[in-house]
Design a protein. Structure first.
Ligand SMILES: Cc1ncc(C[n+]2csc(CCOP(=O)(O)OP(=O)(O)O)c2C)c(N)n1
Ligand SMILES: [Mg+2]
Length: 891
């Protein structure tokens, strides 16, 4: 122990000391810059001598901001402590009371208990409200800490006692408080849903980048507004949490600050029992180019570090595993002395004049407002790169023996009377022993110092946070002229619906009202969708412009990056692109700007891959258009099993505000988009659109008269049969590219089998289904009144014949509406894994081509007793259908 490690390496400690002194002299006399240059020079020299320096992205396990560099805390620490204690109490009371009434209600005490100082310093000194003059800061609050945010809003006079009593009881009279941040449920309060962990850090980064985009495109003034994201340390295991951190540094986003609450615990136990989460995260963030500020130790540690001239204490703290550290937080002072300092007499000497009790209560940095303030201030002032603050805290701080730092603390919802008493006394809450059993909320009088202080601070910072307000003005949305050209058909020219959409996008980008606020977003598939002409038209956004000469500069459609470029070309990240969609789709509230996102992507990698983000977008009341490109299990030929999407229209069903369309023709898309812009940006509806577009080229017909309403409602008759007299009748439903198969089947049936069929374009099974269940529900509740008739039933009321539907999606999709059809509905679809093949082969394989539609029609006629089975059997041969082929669902 006594032996110096330098001697083992054969070096004289005296010699080392001389090196250190020379270095100190450089720092003193030449300054920091020179010291850095010197070290840099030595490092490259070492390298040229063949000495490989061990790599570390870590700094010692100490506060990044030394005591000498620490900004002075400007607040009234005593009164802020009182306020924080009251918030703590009310947050605790909210959960405890709710679970007393009904123990299944749940709620979290321990997350906020550890994050209280991190939040309160923000509320008192940093988070700026949104005013007419200043856009305000954007704060993503750690979802499980929401009781603390509610408790503070209660002190601020923004939430009533009744609301607090109804925490997690939202259906009670007068409403309650949602469990977590949900703008859908509390649209005047929460702005960002954060509780599905991992989403908020990624959304926050793209939000910060979107803010820059708005500035660089002169859609808003450049300000020093910040995006703050409060995360859990366990949350960093979600791949999304760290997934975009290099974007933030690459883009020099000094407008984002992550605060990671490192309480070393997650739900079941330690985040890194056998490691050190703070060091792991420091390495990851520093490696990615972030400014990293560690806030590990509270002020009472400062004197110890001052005495730690040879770095022994720093070394000891650096080698302790998180599992050990967690144990120390729940043990006695004597244990701390033994475990932390006991291994070296020099360490023991450092703490010999500190009693055990003082050792036990030495605070973590994240519980010390002075340390937290200094970190926030440094983060706020930092320029050129994003900042992450890694703050050490204790989970369940203040919850006493049963809760603090224990593995079970995350689940704790109740405190017994002793525990409540202890908490009350520790935080000085003016509630008597007799009242404890009831655990009342505590609100100081309006003229109390606490309330006055809160009011003054929030006023100075521009109002309350969080608060959500729609500040954009409605658009006029008079776009008849813009969309007119798409209603007249392509005059025989073969185009895909994707090409048609891109044509509309090009026009929208030229429109005087919406041209500037359209935000095209694409994850590295612009060429796939034929969007390269837009590169030149509006440019690709790059905060640096274009610093190089692009390889294709001599071509017309070169890869043009520009500082005011409009396209968000996100690279291969559907999650990141969706986060941009969310930022743009909610800017009407966040910024009061009606940006209209058009996010176009490979359809299989949307609802299937990033549905949780889409769910969050819906919760946030996002507006905009998502376009699933190269859609359709049999329409996207060649790409095979992972790419061919026959699922997304089913996956769109659960998202309440998403309107999903599978259009076949250009005019259908034009009608849907024009109406969508009107509904969302003029009428202010909180909906968004999912439209599948395909890459199969075919002639676009002109829009028949009188079908607009049907397109929007989900179905309309596209081509009636010419022969009304036939006894053999059918109604064929087609969607997307498969509509053309239905049209071909109409011909086959007429020519070969004397069946006269009408063909319907079903643009949205989801819309039909939603309408049907809505009508059904109303009827259930109003049996004495005239029943409502679902739109599907209305359409088919006077129709004759058998019903056959075919789509490029699961058979379940048409089945959704079969309850409201006047007769049985036969459903063809693409259940099963895709294949790499041609369209024709795929449609045969999945049994959705014209032949199968014709066969299904004949079979239905046979079932109805209208034709003999022999005709159906003969059709199998005539149509060259292999009736022994394996079921695509199982093959
Ligand atoms: C995507 C997702 N998975 C799981 C959960 C359930 N869950 C809620 S809190 C929690 C632990 C959180 O630990 P941490 O991030 O360290 O936050 P702390 O409460 O410790 O501050 C888990 C697993 C969730 N909310 N979201
Ligand atoms: Mg944690």
């Amino acid at each position: 122990m006594e032996q110096d490690s330098t001697k083992v390496l054969g070096m004289d400690p005296q010699e080392i000391q001389e090196w250190v002194e020379s270095f100190d002299q450089v720092v003193r006399e030449e300054g920091q810059e020179s010291a850095i240059t010197l070290l840099d020079r030595l490092r490259s020299h070492a390298q040229s001598c063949g000495i490989a320096l061990p790599f570390t992205a870590n700094t010692p396990y100490l506060n990044t901001i030394s005591f000498e560099k620490q900004a002075i805390f400007p607040g009234d620490q005593e009164i802020e402590r009182r306020i924080k204690s009251l918030v703590r109490w009310n947050a605790l009371a909210m959960v405890v009371r709710a679970n007393r009434v009904d123990h299944s209600i749940g709620g979290h005490i321990s997350t906020y208990a550890s994050a209280a100082t991190l939040f309160e310093v923000g509320f008192n000194h940093f988070f700026r409200g949104r005013t007419d003059e200043f856009e305000g800061d954007t704060v993503y609050f750690q979802g499980h800490a929401s009781p603390g945010v509610y408790a503070r809003a209660f002190l601020e006079g923004r939430l009533s006692l009744k609301k607090l009593e109804n925490f997690r009881r939202e259906l009670r009279e007068g409403g309650g408080l949602s469990s977590y941040p949900h703008p859908w449920l509390m649209p005047d309060f929460w702005e960002f849903p954060t509780v599905s962990m991992g989403l908020s850090p990624l959304m926050a980064i793209y939000q910060a980048r979107f803010n820059r985009y708005l500035e660089d495109r002169s859609l808003k003034p450049r300000t020093d507004a910040k995006v703050w994201a409060f995360l859990g340390d366990g949350e960093t295991d979600e791949p999304e949490t760290l997934g975009a951190i290099t974007l933030a540094s690459r883009e020099n986003l000094d407008n984002i600050i992550f605060v990671i609450n490192c309480n070393l615990q997650r739900l079941d136990g330690p985040v890194r029992g056998n490691g050190k989460i703070v060091q792991e995260l420091e390495a990851a963030f520093r490696g990615a180019g972030w400014n990293c500020i560690k806030v590990l130790w509270g002020s009472d540690w400062d004197p110890l570090f001052e005495r730690d001239t040879d770095g022994l204490l720093a070394k000891r703290l650096g080698e302790m595993l998180d599992g050990e550290t967690q144990k120390i937080s729940v043990e006695s002072g004597a244990y701390v002395r033994q475990q932390v300092f006991g291994g070296d007499p020099r360490l023991l000497k450092m703490v010999e004049d500190l009693p055990d009790e003082a050792l036990r209560t030495m605070r973590q940095g994240g519980h010390d407002p002075r340390k937290v303030y200094a970190a926030y201030k440094a983060a706020f002032e930092h320029k050129g790169s994003p900042t992450v603050i890694l703050a050490r805290t204790i989970k369940g701080y203040g919850l006493g023996e049963s809760g603090e730092g224990r593995n079970i603390t995350h689940q704790q919802k109740k405190l017994n009377e002793d525990e409540l008493r202890e908490f009350r006394s520790r935080f000085g809450i003016p509630i008597s022993d007799e009242q404890l059993a009831e655990t009342p909320f505590y609100l100081p009088p309006e003229d109390s110092r606490e309330i006055q202080y809160i009011r003054a601070r929030r006023q100075a910072l521009g109002g309350y946070v969080p608060a959500r307000k729609v500040r954009s003005k409605p658009l006029v949305a008079d776009h008849d002229a813009l969309f007119r050209e798409f209603l007249t058909g392509s005059e025989g020219r073969e185009v895909s619906t994707t090409m048609a959409f891109v044509g509309m996008l090009r026009q929208m980008l030229r429109d005087p009202e919406i041209g500037k606020v359209v935000v095209p977003i694409v994850p590295d598939e612009a060429r796939t969708f034929g969007m390269e002409s837009l590169f030149r038209q509006v440019g690709i956004y790059s905060s640096r412009g274009q610093l190089y000469e692009p390889v294709d500069v001599h071509t017309l459609l070169y890869y043009k990056e520009a500082k005011d470029g409009q396209i968000l070309e996100e690279g291969i990240t559907e999650a990141g692109s969706m986060a941009s969609f969310i930022a743009a789709g909610s800017a009407y509230a966040t910024h009061g700007i009606n940006t209209i996102p058009f996010f176009i992507y490979y359809s299989m990698f949307g609802l299937q891959r990033i549905s949780d983000f889409i769910w969050a977008a819906a919760d946030m009341r996002c507006r905009g258009f998502m376009l699933g490109g190269t859609a359709g299990r049999t329409t996207l030929a060649g790409e095979g099993l992972q790419h061919q999407d026959g699922n997304s229209h089913i996956l769109a069903l659960p998202i309440p505000t998403m309107r999903a369309y599978d259009p076949a023709f250009a005019y259908e898309i034009a009608v849907i988009i024009q109406d969508g812009i009107r509904r969302m940006y003029k009428d202010g509806e909180n909906i968004f659109y999912y439209i599948t577009v395909m890459n199969e080229p075919y002639a676009m017909p002109p829009m028949p008269a009188g079908v607009k309403d049907g397109i929007l409602k989900g179905m309309y008759k596209f081509r009636a049969s010419e022969n009304k007299k036939s006894k053999l009748r059918a109604q064929l439903f087609g969607s997307g590219a498969i509509l053309r198969e239905a049209l071909q089947a109409q011909e086959i049936l007429r020519e070969k089998y004397g069946v006269s069929a009408d063909v319907w374009s079903v643009t949205s099974y989801k819309a039909l289904y939603t309408d049907g269940i809505d009508a059904e529900r109303w009827n259930l509740l109003h049996s004495g009144e005239n029943p409502r008739v679902p739109y599907v039933s209305q359409c088919l009321a006077d129709s004759d014949g058998v019903l056959v539907a075919a789509s490029d999606y699961l058979k379940a999709l048409p089945n959704l509406i079969s309850r409201w059809t006047p007769r049985r509905l036969a459903s063809l679809g693409t259940d099963g894994f895709g294949r790499s093949e041609s369209r024709a082969a795929l449609r045969d394989f999945f049994e959705v081509d014209a032949r199968f539609i014709a066969l299904a029609t004949l079979y239905e006629l046979f079932r109805e007793g209208k034709i003999e089975s022999a005709i159906v059997q003969k059709a199998v041969k005539e149509l060259e259908i292999n009736n022994d082929k394996p079921n695509p669902l199982f093959s």
